[in-house]
Design a protein around this ligand. Structure first.
Ligand code: HEM
Ligand code: HEM
Length: 133
């Protein structure tokens, strides 16, 4: 599957899961606010932007995407990081033992974000004529 579609599918899945978590929060006393917020903001909002961005931003700049391979790596880092964050973010309410997990998955998520920024920046600033494959 093309990388923009992978991100779009992931985004839709996180929208369904994240919104369901919102209603669960309303109906129960579960303390899942940070997980809910990140599943929706990184999962739904950012992943949709990553997917659409990979497709459109190079087109706007008249270039090709710098690296499909890096985009693929970002996809996996972002998903592993987010699912990890979603399960460890209750650290503030539960045991602080969760904290180590939050830091590890937070760093994985951050690496994914850095890869996106680097890949898009390289795509935007490299003129098509002299771009290497
Ligand atoms: C069915 C849809 C949704 C329901 C029922 C819902 C419900 C909730 C509830 C109950 C809270 C906790 C409020 C509190 O106790 O302070 C919350 C927080 C939050 N929600 Fe949702 N939510 C929904 C959709 C969304 C969507 C679509 C987004 C973003 C794209 C979102 C982003 C957030 C954020 C960022 C917070 C944390 C706000 C803060 O920092 O206090 N929610 N939501
Ligand atoms: C590397 C990725 C990220 C990490 C590791 C991270 C980590 C955190 C942490 C540790 C908190 C405090 C949670 C708590 O109160 O217990 C937080 C809060 C928050 N973050 Fe992030 N974040 C990341 C990315 C983002 C992004 C991309 C957005 C928005 C697009 C975002 C929006 C928020 C919001 C709205 C809150 C307040 C939520 C609440 O009240 O529960 N974060 N984040």
């Amino acid at each position: 599957m093309e990388i923009p579609l992978k991100f779009a599918w992931a985004s839709l899945i996180y929208l369904v899961i994240g919104s369901t978590m919102g209603v669960i929060m309303l109906l129960t006393s579960e303390s899942i606010k940070p997980s809910h917020a990140h599943v929706l903001l990184i999962g739904f909002v950012a992943m949709m932007i990553f997917g659409v961005g990979y497709h459109l931003l190079p087109v706007f700049a008249g270039t090709d995407l710098h690296s499909l391979r890096l985009a693929e790596i970002q996809f996996w880092l972002q998903n592993i990081g987010l699912v990890g964050l979603a399960f460890t973010m209750p650290y503030r309410y539960g045991s602080t033992n969760y904290m180590t997990g939050t830091v590890i998955f937070g760093i994985i998520s951050l690496l994914g974000i850095y890869l996106f920024a680097y890949n898009i920046a390289r795509s935007l600033i490299t003129p098509k004529e002299i771009k290497k494959t």
